[in-house]
Design a protein around this ligand. Sequence first.
Ligand SMILES: C[C@@](CO)(OP(=O)(O)O)[C@H](O)COP(=O)(O)OP(=O)(O)OC[C@H]1O[C@@H](n2ccc(N)nc2=O)[C@H](O)[C@@H]1O
Ligand SMILES: Nc1ncnc2c1ncn2[C@@H]1O[C@H](COP(=O)(O)OP(=O)(O)O)[C@@H](O)[C@H]1O
Length: 286
Amino acid sequence: MILFPNCKINLGLHITRKRPDGYHDLETVFYPLPLRDALEIVSSQEFRAGNLAAPIYAGQPEGMELILSGLPVKGEPADNLCVKAWQLLKKDYPQLPPVQLHLHKAIPMGAGLGGGSSDAAFTLHLLNNKFKLGIPAEKLLDYALQLGSDCPFFIINQPCIATGRGELLQSIPLDLSAWSFLLVYPEVHINTGWAFEQIRPAPPEKPISEVIGQPVSAWKDTLINDFEAPVCHLHPALGHIKETLYEAGAVYASMTGSGSSFYGIFPAGEVPAGLFPAYKCYTLKG
Ligand SMILES: C[C@@](CO)(OP(=O)(O)O)[C@H](O)COP(=O)(O)OP(=O)(O)OC[C@H]1O[C@@H](n2ccc(N)nc2=O)[C@H](O)[C@@H]1O
Ligand SMILES: Nc1ncnc2c1ncn2[C@@H]1O[C@H](COP(=O)(O)OP(=O)(O)O)[C@@H](O)[C@H]1O
């Protein structure tokens, strides 16, 4: 069974409070976009029935074979969020058979695109469906939150206002299909924990629910990502990406999440070509 975990962007992002548990309360809109990894899970028995030699990798947890391709993912297999998702379910559902999990990575990492969290949420979904575990949606959301603050969003995977750590999700009827997105990844890796430490939490001037209800053309001065200033302070070249997007006709431009990717929103089909020859760029349908 193969699924294609997609990325997200943040439309506005406010850090409103530091919590006693060390996390921060935030307010943001998560919007899914069609830049995708590929994730396949087969039971090891199925795999061997295909008469292929089973690969043996060092450092794999027992009962799990992780195969990676595409963009290189840092860390040991045990650090991979797909493996962590499998381990979390295996603890409560020991009937899960040994599996082989193949992740083909296409979503840039440390980019504010939530790719790791998406892989984790899709792994939960896939294991639940393939092995008929019968885990209800509410319980899947609980498991997802144990894997990452923006992981529950990918269980729902529809435009949502997120509050709390990012797990209190309210679906909203936001349809940006009349727009095209230019996503720019400047190959700078931002550490999310570091980014949160740079912010002095404060409630936003206007609740995001109000701002997001305005037309996209009104977002430029009102839909703010609190991480943008400290990240651009550390990496001044990133500020130029936003300026260039506006100069090229973007109706709205912003950094996503804790960075370092930026996106520009253009009328459908009007994304200019060749704007950032030095960076990885993706033109995506909203
Ligand atoms: C900032 C956001 C915005 O969408 O996205 P990314 O830029 O990472 O994609 C998310 O809140 C990131 O969610 P996620 O990447 O799952 O974060 P986690 O693994 O839970 O936490 C990483 C670290 O960030 C900090 N953290 C995260 C979430 C939160 N609400 N408060 C925090 O203080 C903590 O220091 C934590 O140790
Ligand atoms: N399956 C995975 N895909 C991507 N990154 C992963 C995965 N598992 C663990 N990670 C780790 O999570 C870090 C953050 O990745 P990611 O969630 O894609 O970025 P971001 O938090 O900026 O949205 C990566 O640098 C990587 O070390």
